[in-house]
Design a binder for this molecule. Structure first.
Ligand SMILES: [Zn+2]
Length: 126
């Protein structure tokens, strides 16, 4: 596993518990729950590991859902529709790219230093 997500993350005034790697009984990659302040992200499916960039993008996707819900921004419908998920995915992908290309991934989220090369991450700004 190339990436280690934090056990908890603050979103708004709330501390979310992060379950990673979470094992779903189907091909769900991530899910969030505002009422219970939890985010669950899978590390893989059907015996195969997701690349770290996919895990990070999924994590950011779930965070974006929670930000929109917590602050009642109304950016997304959260109805699971393809159109709605595509919008969130586009935003998650762009944020993921910005985090990686600018070396903003916290060191403690990396399981191994050599993962940087595998993920194609820029070196952190020091
Ligand atoms: Zn979603």
């Amino acid at each position: 596993m190339a990436i280690a997500l934090p056990k908890q993350i603050k979103i708004g005034a709330h501390t979310y518990n992060v379950s990673f790697p979470h094992v779903f009984c189907d091909n769900h990659m991530g899910v969030g729950n505002k009422d219970f302040c939890e985010i669950k992200v899978a590390a893989g499916f059907d015996g195969k590991e997701y690349p770290g960039t996919v895990v990070l993008s999924t994590f950011i996707h779930e965070i974006l859902h929670q930000i929109d819900l917590l602050f009642a921004l109304g950016l997304f419908a959260h109805d699971g529709s393809v159109e709605d998920e595509s919008k969130i995915n586009a935003l998650a992908e762009s944020v993921t790219q910005m985090v990686l290309d600018n070396g903003w991934l916290p060191k403690e989220w990396r399981e191994k230093d050599e993962a940087d090369e595998r993920l194609g991450m820029a070196k952190p700004i020091t």
